[in-house]
Structures are given as C-alpha cells and as structure tokens.
Write a protein that binds this ligand. Structure first.
Ligand SMILES: [Zn+2]
Length: 447
C-alpha cells in the first residue's frame, strides 16, 4: 500500500511484545499494535497489519511491554482511602457500627470526599485501573476528583433510611438524589451517575423501590450490597420472610442494570434467580476474607451466566485498591474452596477484571476490551523483569505473576495519564501532604 493510502490516526502503539485484546475470544497477539483516534480504538492487532494501514501523528514503540485494556474496579468506596488502617480485625457489624459509621459522621464532608477520592484515583490509575464504580456520599465531590484525575467512573450517590454524612434528614432523600442528578448533567461523558442503596437492611422496601424506579427511568446503574454476611440473611428473613435476593426480586429490583456487591451467602435458588433476571455481581474477595464474611459462590454464578466483575470494596476493608492482587486471590481461593485447580482459570479471572466488569457496570459498549469503536482505555506493563521472564503465557503472567507496580503507561480516552510510572494528571507529593493533614484530625478524634 502506498503511503498516501494510509489512514491517519492520533496515536499508534507499535512493537508491543504481547497485546491482550480481552474480546470475547480473549485474543492474544504477539508483536502487536493499537491504533487510536479521537480517544477511540480504531484497530488492535498485529503490528505488520496495522503499520500497513495506519500512519499516526504520534507513534510510540512499546518494546518490552504488554498492552491490554485498563482494569475495571466494580465496587469501591473511594474516599475511604483516608480511613485506611483504622479498625482492622473486627467483625463487619462491629466494624461498621462502632468504627466506620461514627468516623464518617465526624469527618466525611464534601472536601474530605474529594480529597479521599483523588487519593484513590491516584492509587488506582498508577495500578492499572482505568474505570471504577463508586458508592458513597457527596458524590458530586467524587466526580470533581475523578474529573481532575482523568479516570473513568460510575459514581453512585448513597441512599440510606437513617441520617448519613450528606443528609441529616433521610426524609429528604429524594431531593438529595435529584440535586445530585442535576449536578451530574454537567459532568464530562466519561463520568456517569448511579444510585447506591447501601443494603436491604439499611434501606426499607419503599426506598429500594423509588430509587430503582428512578434508575430505570434514567437508565442508571442501581447498586446495592447484598448477602454480605450470614447475619444479613437472617435479618432479612426475619423482617420480610424471604432470603435477600428473593426479597429484592419481590420488590422488582433485579435486572441487568442492578449490580449486587458481595453476594457471599447466596443459596442455589438465589443464584438461579440472579441469572434469570440478568442481574450482575461484584466479587470483593479480599474484603470478604478480611471481614471473615465468607467466600462468594463465584464458580456457580459464572456457570449459570451471571456477569461477575471484581471489586476491591473500600480501602478500610481490604486495605488497598489493587486489582492485580484481587485477580490472583480470586483465581487461587476458589480452587482451594472447591478442591479443584481447574476452577476460575486465569482467562476467566482476567475477563472478570475487564470485559465482564464492563458488562456488570452497563459499559460493555464502551470499555473492557480493545475492540474497534471502544474508548481507548489502555495500560502498558513492563515485562522485561525477573518475575515476568520468561513469558510463555501472558494471561497467566497477568493473573498469577504481574504486580500493579509493573504498570508503566496508562491512557484513558486516548489521553496519556501515566508515563513511565509517573501520574501526569495530579501533583502526587502535594496530594500526600493534604492526606497527611486530614489524618491529623482523624487521629486527634481517636479516629
Ligand atoms: Zn462495599
């Protein structure tokens, strides 16, 4: 092909040692290239093929790197980075009621949420996460943080039936939510609003129904913690005479735009019902282990077709926002509990952190793979390292051997946000100083 026949694009990544497309067939390309234009993936495939079709305003040779879609964290309470390490080693109910809720009541305000979320975004982007799904309070502040950081996000405004940090009078929840959705109209397209009912035991049937109705009318993701502990299952059965998933279904809440977080204590009928309704699940393995909540029946959920993404949950119950460690633990834990090493193979787990995570957030048209037409959210990992050499199977290395610190470059919407391990969108030293100054107040209050 003559030079003048080449299509001009904004960016061409070439000489990629290994390219993971993360399409439904989980295509792997050795010696690959990616063409990006207008923030969108135009093509991803073999270097020879792409160099014959495209010329670029910017060409970046990526030898020594593996390139793949950015990871998707489907369940976070981002601002809780500022509570990392307070109240470790406690049961969930004690931890929530005696540590987290009082700390939030004392400290969580608009500025706290913006700072905590910026800190979370810095950690996530540097660790290869390009999309996160948040559920917290003051989500307008979380949106400002995500906009500054240059990350993609689904931001769920929290709704509870009792006073919360941004709503002292829960009877005004509808007005609070409407104000939030009004503010969201001015957000950049990569930020999407969502609503997050904390749990079936903190939100009554009426609240759950009006919030879900509003989500349906506006095409928003509805998020809720479900069946995280045995206590919750017993509590919901006592109150409503049904197990939690049947309770939600009875209220008409389950559909493909409902994302259930945790789902640890699901019985086989609840698993079948989630599949039948097309509802999605966020698997929060490290949080479930740290709080001794239990082990979610992930292999059974995947077997019946429930889309399962990975989530870190908040920093106070993890205690980091690292999806590489979530992938490794997910792949290993379910093998041990099933006494079967063929369970949760690496390809399936990588899919959970990418394509299925996108599906769980209602974003499979936009992210989760490097198929043409999707947004150019890309990460490049250095693979010329002792723990990644030799490399026989790149998917195996991503799940079982790579670390978040191997992430060297990151693009969101085709815009470079990390270069050579350095975050370009935020002043990290300044951010750490600000976080330290908030910690002084948290410490002085005894948390
Ligand atoms: Zn959570």
């Amino acid at each position: 092909m003559r030079t003048k026949d080449l299509t001009t694009v904004d960016l061409l990544l070439t000489e990629i040692d290994w390219l993971l497309i993360c399409d439904p067939g989980m295509t792997v390309v050795k010696q690959g290239a990616v063409a990006v234009d207008g923030g969108t993936v135009v093509a991803a495939g073999s270097q020879r093929d792409l160099e014959a079709r495209y010329r670029a305003r910017e060409t970046l040779p990526m030898s020594g790197h593996l390139v793949m879609p950015g990871l998707i964290n489907t369940h976070v309470h981002a601002a809780m980075t500022l509570f990392r390490g307070i109240g470790d080693d406690l049961p969930l109910k004690t931890w929530l009621q005696e540590v987290i809720f009082p700390a939030e009541a004392r400290h969580a305000d608009d500025a706290f949420v913006e700072l905590g979320t910026v800190l979370a975004c810095a950690e996530m982007i540097l660790g290869g996460t390009t999309t996160f799904c948040d559920g917290y309070f003051f989500e307008e502040a979380a949106a400002r943080a995500a906009a500054r950081a240059g990350i993609r996000a689904v931001l769920g405004q929290g709704v509870l039936d009792f006073p919360s940090p941004d709503l002292k009078d829960p009877s005004r929840a509808r007005q609070r939510v409407e104000a939030f959705l009004d503010a969201a109209r001015s957000w950049p397209p990569r930020l999407r609003p969502s609503l997050f009912c904390h749990a079936p035991y903190t939100c009554g049937p009426e609240t759950l129904q009006w919030v879900k109705d509003l989500c349906r009318r506006q095409g928003l993701l509805f998020q809720i913690h479900v069946s995280e502990t045995q206590w919750e299952v017993e509590e919901i059965e006592t109150r409503y005479g049904r197990r939690p998933v049947f309770h939600l279904d009875h209220l008409g809440l389950l559909d493909p735009m409902t994302l259930c977080a945790h789902g640890v204590w699901l019985d086989p009928d609840e698993i079948a019902l989630l599949a039948e309704r097309g509802a999605c699940l966020s698997h929060n393995v490290e949080s479930n282990l740290k709080l001794a909540s239990g082990v979610a029946p992930v292999p059974a959920l995947i077997q019946v077709g429930v889309p399962v993404g990975l989530g870190t949950d908040g920093c106070a119950s993890n205690n980091d926002l690292d999806l590489f460690s979530e992938m490794a633990l997910t792949a290993k834990l379910h093998k041990a509990t099933a006494n079967d090493p063929t369970v949760c193979p690496a390809r399936q787990v990588l899919r959970m952190a990418t394509l299925d995570g996108a599906r769980a957030l209602g974003l499979s048209h936009a992210v989760g793979s490097l198929e043409p037409g999707k947004r150019a959210d890309l990460i490049a990992l250095r693979i010329d390292r002792p723990h990644l050499t030799p490399l026989y199977d790149p998917v195996s290395h991503i799940v079982y051997a790579a670390r978040s610190s191997d992430v060297n470059h990151v693009w969101v919407d085709g815009r470079r946000v990390v270069q050579d391990g350095r975050l370009l969108t935020l002043d990290v030293p300044q951010l750490l100083c600000e976080a330290e100054s908030v910690a002084v107040t948290v410490r002085s209050c005894g948390r």
